[in-house]
Write a protein that binds this ligand. Structure first.
Ligand SMILES: CC(C)(COP(=O)(O)OP(=O)(O)OC[C@H]1O[C@@H](n2cnc3c(N)ncnc32)[C@H](O)[C@@H]1OP(=O)(O)O)[C@@H](O)C(=O)NCCC(=O)NCCS
Length: 280
């Protein structure tokens, strides 16, 4: 088995290996060229810090890493890991990390983070063996948004012209890598923003990705909660999405608003662990 970084990998080989590795996954994952490109751009995946395991030149396993600078610190994100079924049980994930961690350290990375489904035993065993520890429990919801009112509220605006950098005052918790401001801004043309304004100020909002069909952020300012503003935001989303299935992934578990989400049509479908490994 040979290990090397992936900057020279043809995208079609990568796509094929991803889809074959995820063919027996907990739920259906099938990336198209468009979705893989969107993921690479959004999550800032850098193939030069991503790693492949090659058996006689065939890509048998991979870890794709994204890269961001947070608080003057270079952080990496394991965006997707897979090993072809016929190459499993050889600890390839651990061995890929043994290869890539010195490369990341050499380039000044201070941390790697990732998410893994809580029931994915081989993945969790591999990450724990590498040294990752759990930082948060996350919840993922799916459903068709119920249209609770027929009319749009007059304070609601649905727009593709938005700025995310002045909304963090509304948050209770930091979004995960895939849902953070940079990941959303990187694919701005795919995102619709729904806002609720009071006296020209945004006090509630929702970001929806029209390609992945995922709500990437939603929040209502603390002093305006329990006034049905989130219901109005999601009612507007129902107008926008129609009958489409929508996902909201990686909500911090103790503040996810499960009751509210159930009421408007969403069901919890998986829980994930967010995990981190310090390289300092
Ligand atoms: C997760 C994945 C990458 C791990 O592949 P791998 O590196 O070949 O891992 P291994 O098969 O060597 O398994 C690692 C450990 O899990 C154990 N394991 C494997 N399958 C298992 C199962 N079904 N039940 C319990 N333990 C299992 C192995 O015995 C090994 O344990 P050990 O360290 O005690 O020996 C691979 O299973 C995969 O591609 N799965 C589909 C995609 C996926 O889940 N990606 C990760 C998303 S976070």
């Amino acid at each position: 088995m040979e290990f090397r970084t992936l900057e020279h990998i043809p995208v079609d080989i990568l796509l094929e290996t991803i889809n074959k590795s995820f063919a027996d996954y907990i739920f259906q994952v099938r990336l198209t060229p468009e979705k893989l490109c969107l993921k690479i751009v959004s999550e800032q995946i850098d193939l030069a810090i991503s790693v492949g395991a090659f058996a006689d030149g065939v890509l048998a396993g991979f870890i794709l890493h994204g890269s961001k600078v947070v608080d003057n610190q270079k952080n990496a994100y394991n965006s997707i890991t897979g090993v072809l079924p016929e190459f499993r049980k050889q600890k390839l994930t651990v061995r890929m990390y043994e290869y890539i961690i010195p490369v990341l350290k050499e380039q000044g990375y201070r941390q790697i983070q990732l998410e893994a489904i809580t029931s994915n035993v081989p993945a969790l065993k591999s990450y724990i063996e590498v040294g990752f520890t759990i930082s948060r429990i996350l919840e993922c919801y799916r459903g068709k948004v119920k249209q609770l009112q027929s009319a749009l509220d007059e304070n609601i605006e649905i727009t593709n012209e938005w700025q995310a950098d002045n909304l963090s005052w509304i948050w209770d918790w930091e979004p995960t890598w895939q849902n953070d401001v940079l990941s959303i801004e990187n694919v701005k043309e795919a995102i619709t923003c729904i806002t609720y304004k009071k006296d020209a100020q945004i006090i509630g909002y929702l970001f929806f990705n029209n390609i992945t069909k995922r709500v990437q952020q939603f929040a209502v300012a603390r002093e305006y909660r329990n006034k049905h503003i989130a219901s109005r935001l999601f009612n507007a989303l129902a107008h926008h999405t129609g009958d489409t299935d929508v996902e909201i992934i990686n909500l911090q578990s103790e503040v996810s608003g499960a009751k509210f989400l159930n009421r408007i049509g969403f069901e919890l479908f998986i829980k994930q662990y967010e995990m981190k490994l310090s390289l300092a």
